[in-house]
Design a binder for this molecule. Sequence first.
Ligand code: 571
Length: 315
Amino acid sequence: NPNYEFGGNAISIKDLKEIPREQLRLVKALGQGAFGEVYQGFFRHRIGDAVEMPVAVKTLPELSSTQAETDFLMEALIMSKFNHPNIVHFIGVCFDKHPRFIVIELLAGGDLKTFLRESRPKPDRASPLTMKDLLICIVDVAKGCKYMEENRFIHRDIAARNCLLTTKGPGRVVKIADFGMARDIYRADYYRKGGKAMLPIKWMPPEAFLDGIFTTKTDVWSFGVLMWEVMSLGYMPYTGCANREVMSLVTSGGRLEPPTNCPPQLYAIMTQCWHPNPEERPSFSLILERLGYCMQDPDVIRAPLPVYAKPPSSE
Ligand SMILES: CN1CCN(c2ccc(C(=O)Nc3n[nH]c4c3C=[N+](C(=O)[C@H](O)c3ccccc3)C4)cc2)CC1
């Protein structure tokens, strides 16, 4: 029975809050998760309660391998230990029988990458977002990353696709919501997933894809790429490059160019996150400090978002 250590103490399946299935009702599929479907549903805190709380439910298909079962359990163990406003909140599990469920707070705005792409300026309407909106998204993720750094947790897959929004509208909060890569290191053969095709090469620093070295400074590099994703409104990094090309580009010092209209103060933070020497990369607390100055800087806040430009064919 696998257990898991976080912030100094070990937990195992018996520590997970078991939810009686009759307090749960699944309504509709939200999207395809790494395991089975992710559903939107409702959770009643107590059987008789009139009030129901909207939730997301991750499901494990009945015909799953033992490995998939272990992975599913591990993901629940990992999420159950976090307690931070910028990390998706774990509610409980239904592990008593198949199908197994992980019940999580519902983030109704969808993932950050899709949101950014939908928010691009169109020929007939400018982007609904301002530079401040983008900066707030970046700061939200930085806060979640700082919390993980303080708890010596390495995420290994910080990217816009793995972040979710409470809502698309104003007042949106961005939360880190996928722990698939971190989960895999708890598996003996983590290289099983690591078949080159499965590694997020474009979000990884050289020491990670060359030597398999992962530290919090790996997440700092990935965070820099996430900043670039946000400021480019959801472009694929190194557009048109294959993973192999990116590996040789990055190892020989090549880096992502500043996105159109990206304030130099923000691009400066990205390049610091992409320092070839991991120790030279800033901590997330230092990154948050620097982002705080950007938030106070009128030259940054007042910078206009790019207006509509004919998208390049490859994007
Ligand atoms: C017009 N648009 C269409 C799309 N739409 C959505 C699309 C997807 C979602 C959604 O998956 N929300 C989730 N809330 N909580 C969790 C979710 C996923 N979780 C997971 O654990 C998933 O594995 C996960 C994790 C990270 C990123 C994606 C999926 C936990 C919500 C709204 C809004 C309206």
